[in-house]
Design a protein around this ligand. Structure first.
Ligand code: AMP
Length: 192
């Protein structure tokens, strides 16, 4: 059992580093953003609701987001061996709910990897991603909202997890390989 959170602002490299973590540790990966985008693509009821928030750069309300995550955990047997949580939690109530969900399953969070990147670089990365992938919420106005939401609602989680002794700050600028080496230096000994 190895449960980790990859934490950081939008554009900080959570998805990129999560892909490498899957290769190294072979554990299940849950990106709540990807789960929601899949619902939008498939035109589900949940997708219609999620789209109203995502397109404005706002967070999906906690109660709904927590129940979506709980469902994903219940319907993926591989999650019982551990999970890389990417993009969840994004608020203090979500972090508290995650602790409870893991405890109920006889598990706990082992570490939080905090990818730290300056806002200017985040904006540039998201604008590039928008141009390259056409991702609908990588537009100038939505990016600005997402960064505001990050600073007001998500960043306080750093203190929350520092209080639990689980937060590991990783400078998230520079070469992706070097960033990953730093992450692995922290996680290898924790995984044991
Ligand atoms: P991401 O792909 O992680 O950048 O997420 C894209 C968008 O999905 C976010 O801007 C939010 O609107 C929504 N979202 C993803 N994860 C969460 C979450 N844990 N809580 C609330 N909204 C979320």
């Amino acid at each position: 059992m190895f449960n980790i959170v990859v934490f950081g602002a939008p554009g900080s490299g959570k998805g990129t580093q999560s892909a490498r973590l899957i290769d190294r540790y072979g554990i299940h990966h849950i990106s709540t953003g990807e789960v929601l985008r899949e619902h939008i693509k498939n035109g589900t009821e949940l997708g219609k609701i999620a789209d109203q928030y995502i397109s404005k750069g706002q967070l999906i309300p906690d109660e709904l987001m927590i129940s979506i995550l709980s469902d994903v955990l219940d319907t993926n047997p591989a999650a019982a061996n551990g999970v890389i949580f990417d993009g969840f939690p994004r608020t203090i109530p979500q972090a508290q709910a995650l602790n409870e969900m893991l405890a109920k399953r006889g598990a706990a969070l082992d570490a939080v990897i905090g990818l730290e990147v300056e806002d200017e670089e985040l904006i540039e990365r998201m604008l590039n991603r928008g141009r390259e992938t056409g991702r609908a919420d990588d537009t100038p106005e939505t990016i600005s909202n997402r960064l505001n939401v990050y600073h007001s609602q998500t960043k306080p989680l750093k203190d929350f997890y520092q209080g639990e002794g689980k937060y590991h700050a990783i400078p998230g600028s520079g070469h992706v390989d070097r960033i990953f080496e730093r992450i692995a230096e922290i996680l290898d000994p924790i995984k044991g």
